[in-house]
Design a protein around this ligand. Sequence first.
Ligand SMILES: *[C@@H]1O[C@H](CO)[C@@H](O)[C@H](O)[C@H]1NC(C)=O
Ligand SMILES: *[C@@H]1O[C@H](CO)[C@@H](O)[C@H](O)[C@H]1NC(C)=O
Ligand SMILES: *[C@@H]1O[C@H](CO)[C@@H](O)[C@H](O)[C@H]1NC(C)=O
Ligand SMILES: *[C@@H]1O[C@H](CO)[C@@H](O)[C@H](O)[C@H]1NC(C)=O
Ligand SMILES: *[C@@H]1O[C@H](CO)[C@@H](O)[C@H](O)[C@H]1NC(C)=O
Ligand SMILES: *[C@@H]1O[C@H](CO)[C@@H](O)[C@H](O)[C@H]1NC(C)=O
Ligand SMILES: *[C@@H]1O[C@H](CO)[C@@H](O)[C@H](O)[C@H]1NC(C)=O
Length: 220
Amino acid sequence: MMRKLCAFECFMLCSFLSAVLVSSKFHGNPANDLVDIINRNRTAAKISHLSDSAGLGCMALQFVNFCKGNCTSNNTVNCNPSSDNFTEIFAPDCGVELPTFDTITGQIVACQHEYLEPTEAFSRALVSDKKTLSLMKNKSHTEVGVGIVGVHKGPFFWCVLFSSGKTNSTFVLENHGLGIKQKRGCFSGGSVECSRGHSDRAFWNNFSFILYSVLFYHLL
Ligand SMILES: *[C@@H]1O[C@H](CO)[C@@H](O)[C@H](O)[C@H]1NC(C)=O
Ligand SMILES: *[C@@H]1O[C@H](CO)[C@@H](O)[C@H](O)[C@H]1NC(C)=O
Ligand SMILES: *[C@@H]1O[C@H](CO)[C@@H](O)[C@H](O)[C@H]1NC(C)=O
Ligand SMILES: *[C@@H]1O[C@H](CO)[C@@H](O)[C@H](O)[C@H]1NC(C)=O
Ligand SMILES: *[C@@H]1O[C@H](CO)[C@@H](O)[C@H](O)[C@H]1NC(C)=O
Ligand SMILES: *[C@@H]1O[C@H](CO)[C@@H](O)[C@H](O)[C@H]1NC(C)=O
Ligand SMILES: *[C@@H]1O[C@H](CO)[C@@H](O)[C@H](O)[C@H]1NC(C)=O
């Protein structure tokens, strides 16, 4: 009897866990996936591979955090941070060493009211017209960074930044390339997976709630 009960609870616990894991929006790091998709697209057109810059990626994340309130009903981002915002807010918030800051030669920003997997985000949101396609294929870029953030219950924001800076010596992150830990969202090039911020805590709260319920049940 006891054993059957336990099996049942394990089943419930596992179902709950997998439901929560499956429902979490970001699997792995979709920002890295987008960098791969961009590079595959360029390589197929015989255009140079772009190096993955964590400093640029983190600033792309700051960009979408800054513009989070401005997704229009037609999925365009109505927001234009100044170059001062880059050097005074985005770079310091990432821990980009200012002397290594270089020119940003292109940016693509998009938002959608639903989450899109990387391939969909690429073709439907980011590189969906001639203008963005030619920007992505510009031969003068040398490095790229992608940032993604979702607002609770949507919308989701994507930003791609390009630079023609010297690979590995521009947008260098302090603290041996780690930079400042980000609370929310994903960015490419870093060694860390996406941060889910509050949702992580909610998950653990719910998880411990279930765990306690199970224990309690046994004690009764
Ligand atoms: C999207 O909406 C904004 C204002 O909300 C407008 O300025 C812009 O032209 C629209 N873009 C398209 C492609 O319809
Ligand atoms: C967001 O849009 C509003 C209204 O168009 C504008 O006043 C505000 O400055 C924008 N925010 C940013 C960060 O650009
Ligand atoms: C962003 O830059 C604009 C123009 O330089 C400035 O007015 C604004 O205060 C900056 N935003 C923040 C949050 O510092
Ligand atoms: C590529 O980017 C560079 C630097 O931003 C720009 O000067 C140039 O016009 C772009 N080329 C094309 C074909 O768009
Ligand atoms: C590159 O991206 C463009 C825009 O989404 C798409 O039309 C094209 O088919 C892609 N090329 C390859 C080789 O995937
Ligand atoms: C940049 O750094 C990576 C990893 O450390 C290395 O594989 C690559 O060759 C470097 N690229 C250049 C142009 O120095
Ligand atoms: C935790 O539970 C609350 C309500 O009990 C729910 O709204 C929330 O979505 C749950 N969070 C997760 C991560 O499952």
